[in-house]
Design a binder for this molecule. Structure first.
Ligand code: ARG
Length: 564
């Protein structure tokens, strides 16, 4: 596709010596209303350079600019020069590009940059809570987006598999564990054991000493302790795997915190050599100045902590993958944690500190139902998905009673609804989970998007597209059709921006816009009609919308059922 902004900048540049083409391009805007054209060049800055009024300059430029086939009109309006595109050439340009590219439309060729994405990262023997769900959904979408943009992505599930709580977990298991119950419902049982441990330890503090002793054993590589711990990890992962499969999520590496234990001593040595490590009540910390509390590196009992393992992990990842950027997806409760350890790496003089990005996100609140936080545990995700599935199934049964494969579709729509709800808002905003809204087929929801896709599939199923030659693109001239074509034209920049801002909502909002435009086009025009010329042009329009919505659904990691 032509880069219209760049082309227009060139045309302007031909009339101006005083300003660079990059500056022109930077200044060009997209006007808020169609009457003001498709692009506008404001002349305020030039007015200062040329010492004439911006109105005068605009009028003169509009006169002088050479017309080009992609332009219909150039017009001055006050201090602006407005450019009106020729919509016939635009339609041809956009629709034939999508036709040629298919679902690879706008995909960028591979580059040599690597992005490491640390996401999901639940804790072993603990529930996978809604924060982990957000991390999983946002992380996977960013992974897809960056892959589309040509980056080499490395997805890492940084499992929380280390810490003193494992001493308690092992002891509780040895005292009260029931293998059969655990094999059926591992995490639930582990959590029960953990809660029981805390209850009993209140009566019998001696248990705490025993738990500490078990953790010591685990640290020293005691065979039994290691075996139990390893098995807990495997059982938990099996359970997480069910969720990952439902969400169609996968990782390149499942490396938990324990993987970095033997890599912490080197970090400690480096910190010592640089004079950054300070003893404080038997523990070792790095001072971070006025703004932040010191960063704990080694506890008084000599063990590592979450933070030191993160530092070791960052060095390991830099050396192993030589990343250009490393992203971390967690909720904002961990902001200080990330700020602290990234600062430590900066103080160590490592340039890659600036490439460590904590893309934090807001919290999720639920408005009703069994998903309310339970005593002792967080929301059970299984339940969330099951509830979404049940509700979707009944909506589908009502809307489309003869739908084949109803259960499978309900599953896809339920998952899509949850994902979309998460990705539709700015990362940082807290989201409220409201069933009515999430599953509303007519709202700004996942089901609406999927439904629009399925609708376009139905048209193409009835009447496939085969050519792009001989199409009279001037037929596609209604305002809603032009809006649709333009929104498709802008998709590549939108994907780039979603990546640059680590913000899938930039993409989800744009895809929603495309879907809305498509539905308007669909309602106002009979696609399958008697007039052969109209039929061909409108079918191709439908085909292009279908492909780009599919690209969007894929990048957001949403399922795309062809019938609903
Ligand atoms: N396991 C942590 C938690 O549940 C999240 C880990 C995020 N990644 C990281 N490298 N710290 O809160």
């Amino acid at each position: 596709m032509l880069n219209y902004k760049a082309q227009i900048a060139e045309l302007i540049k031909k009339q101006l010596d005083e300003i660079e083409v990059e500056q022109i391009s930077y200044a060009i805007e997209i006007p808020p209303k169609p009457e003001m054209g498709d692009y506008a060049f404001p002349c305020f800055k030039l007015a200062r350079i040329l010492r004439r009024s911006p109105q005068q300059i605009a009028a003169e430029l509009a006169q002088k600019i050479n017309m080009h086939p992609f332009l219909k009109r150039v017009q001055a309006a006050g201090p602006y020069v407005n450019f009106f595109l020729n919509y016939t050439t635009l339609a041809q340009d956009v629709l034939s590009s999508v036709y040629l590219g298919g679902t690879g439309f706008a995909r960028k060729p591979g580059n040599d940059k690597t992005i490491v994405i640390d996401y999901s990262s639940p804790n072993i023997a603990k529930p996978f809570h809604i924060g982990h769900l957000r991390s999983t959904i946002i992380g996977q979408s960013l992974y897809n987006i960056y892959t589309y943009l040509g980056y080499n992505c490395v997805g890492i599930n940084h499992l929380g598999d280390w810490g003193t709580q494992f001493g308690k977990q092992i002891l509780a298991y040895k005292l009260w564990g029931d293998d059969t119950a655990i094999s059926q419902n591992p995490i639930k049982e582990f959590v029960k054991l953990y809660i029981r441990f805390h209850d009993e330890a209140e009566q019998n503090p001696d248990l705490n000493d025993q738990a500490r002793a078990w953790f010591k054993k685990l640290e020293n590589g005691d065979r039994e302790a290691r075996d139990i711990w390893k098995w807990m990890g495997e059982e938990s992962l099996k359970e997480f795997a069910v969720l990952y499969e439902k969400l169609n999520v996968s990782f390149d590496h499942n490396t938990g915190e324990s993987f970095y234990l033997d890599k912490v001593p080197e970090i400690v040595e480096m910190l010592q050599a640089k004079g950054l490590l300070i003893e404080s009540d038997g523990a070792y910390v790095v001072e971070l100045g006025e703004d932040m509390p010191p960063c704990l590196i080694i506890k008084a009992d000599g063990t590592t902590i979450y933070t030191s393992r993160d530092i070791a992990a960052a060095f390991y990842r830099k050396r192993t993958f030589n990343f250009d950027k490393a992203l971390y997806l967690t909720d904002y409760a961990q902001n200080l944690h990330f700020k602290q350890w990234i600062k430590v790496i900066e103080l160590m003089g490592m340039d890659f500190a600036q490439d460590l990005i904590h893309a934090s996100f807001g919290r999720v609140r639920l408005t009703e139902g069994p998903m309310q936080t339970r005593k002792g545990t967080s929301i059970l995700l299984e339940e969330l998905l099951n509830e979404a599935y049940k509700k979707t199934l009944s909506i589908i049964a009502e809307r489309n009673p003869n739908l084949p494969d109803r259960e499978k579709v309900a599953e896809q729509v339920a998952v899509g609804a949850i994902i979309f709800n998460d990705l539709y808002n700015n990362r940082m905003s807290d989201i409220v989970f409201n069933w009515e809204e999430v599953l509303n087929f007519d709202g700004e929801t996942g089901p609406y998007l999927q439904y629009t896709y399925a609708r376009s599939c139905r048209v193409l199923e009835k009447c496939p597209v085969d050519v792009t030659d001989d199409i009279d693109y001037s037929i596609l001239d209604e305002p809603e059709t032009i809006s649709l074509i333009k929104s498709i034209y802008h998709l590549p920049e939108v994907i780039t921006r979603a990546g640059a801002e680590y913000e899938p909502s930039v993409l989800s909002r744009h895809i929603m816009q495309i879907a809305r435009n498509f539905n308007r086009f669909y309602h106002n025009n009979q696609i399958i009609c008697e007039d052969d010329e109209k039929l061909k042009a409108r079918l191709l329009m439908c085909y292009a919308a279908n492909k780009v919505i599919k690209i969007g659904l894929d990048l957001l990691n949403m399922p795309s059922p062809e019938r609903m």
